[in-house]
Ligand binder design. Structure first.
Ligand code: SAH
Length: 351
């Protein structure tokens, strides 16, 4: 007997094809997917508007197995809470997902890969190296698993967990088709952000200018020398080419590209850096999200980097803001549980 495969890995088109090939109707695929993603019913035998023969067929060939929550860590303050999940897939590989529940937003920070191969010097995930891509079903299963635990629906999605989403773009896009479809999981495209280290080739392929989802680019430096030092991807796609693509996007108030900028003491946090950014970009095209470096005290990987003082962070912000840019400072949620940006390293997790 063949091993059952995860139905979560099937796109709507693939399931339609499967249904037709096996003598069922094309529309059956959508019915099944609505049961799974909208009603959260994972038992084929209970899908009451579907023929007994299809239910039996599905049961013989597919399963819906959610990954296991191995551990969680929870942090709360007066404005909300964060919960970090250590999630294990059937091959024993683990990732982390972080649920950030502040005000009316319930944001889930998703991982797209086990480890990462981008090698950014300030990011703990890079210290793990790369193991494998997540499948679309594994990406979606993070939402289903966390929602089941939290008992509410996620309102916003950010691909800012482990991995580089554009380095696994096929599976990420496949998952997004189901996540953003209002008949299925139904998180609107404008509430979904894909964060990238700047894989220019893929950004171009995605038709950056008209991409349905929000894009955030991790810039993290104002010149090639510094950027190449901390982000190897910059050697392939230099900052001026990245800036040219970002600046070529038609300006729109509601959909400016977010530039994420991790501030590292003495490296990229000077007023000279801010001045170069002001020259390179326009307030009509981009907004800045400054992230003071998150670092565990005893991190070996980040040993050469320090978080700047708050005064330096504020001066940097002011310089950009005075030039007309929208600037926010992301004092990462979940830092005390090592669930802040760049702190996710599931394998060596020290809960
Ligand atoms: N690979 C993607 C998404 C994962 S990182 C990317 O590079 O964008 C998500 C965000 O966390 C990025 O903006 C990244 O620059 C930031 N980040 C990584 N390490 C960090 C750290 N130690 N402190 C603060 N932010 C960090």
């Amino acid at each position: 007997m063949n091993a059952k495969s995860s139905i979560l890995d099937k796109s709507q088109e693939e399931l339609e094809e499967y249904c037709i090939k096996n003598g069922f109707k094309k529309y059956n695929a959508e019915q099944v997917m609505r049961w799974i993603y909208s009603c959260r019913l994972f038992d084929f035998s209970k899908m009451s508007d579907i023929s007994k023969s299809l239910r039996k067929n599905l049961d013989e060939n597919f399963n819906v197995v959610l990954p296991e929550i191995v551990d969680t860590k929870y942090e709360t303050d007066e404005n909300g809470s964060s919960k970090k999940y250590l999630i294990k897939f059937s091959d024993e590989e683990t990732i982390e997902s972080v649920l950030i529940n502040y005000k009316n937003r319930k944001t889930l920070c998703l991982s797209s890969q086990i480890g990462c191969r981008m090698g950014c010097a300030y990011c703990e995930t890079s210290s793990l190296g790369f193991t494998r891509n997540l499948t679309s079903g594994e990406i979606i299963s993070q939402i289903l698993t966390v929602e089941k635990d939290a008992n509410f629906r996620i309102t916003n999605i950010v691909f800012m967990g482990m991995g580089e989403p554009l380095d696994n773009i096929e599976e990420v896009e496949k998952s997004l088709n189901i996540i953003s479809n209002d008949r299925f999981i139904g998180v609107a495209p404008r509430k979904i952000t894909v964060s990238t280290c700047g894989m220019l080739n893929i950004l171009k392929e995605l038709n950056f200018d008209e991409y349905r989802y929000k894009i955030a680019v991790s810039l993290n430096a104002s010149d090639n020398k510094t950027r190449s030092m901390i982000m190897p991807i910059n050697k392939k796609f230099p900052i001026e080419d990245l800036a040219a693509l970002i600046n070529s996007k038609k300006p729109s108030i509601h959909n400016k590209t977010t530039l994420e900028y991790v501030l590292i003491k003495g490296l990229n946090d000077g007023i000279e850096d801010a001045k170069k950014l002001i020259k390179m970009f326009s307030p009509t095209n981009v907004k800045f999200n400054l992230i003071p470096l998150n670092k565990e005290q005893d991190s070996a990987y980040l040993k050469n980097f320090e978080r700047p003082e708050d005064t330096a962070v504020n001066s940097f912000k002011l310089k950009l803001a005075n030039a007309g840019f929208t600037v926010t400072i992301r004092f990462s949620k979940a830092v005390s549980i090592n669930g802040g940006c760049g702190q996710l390293k599931a394998k060596t997790i020290n809960f």
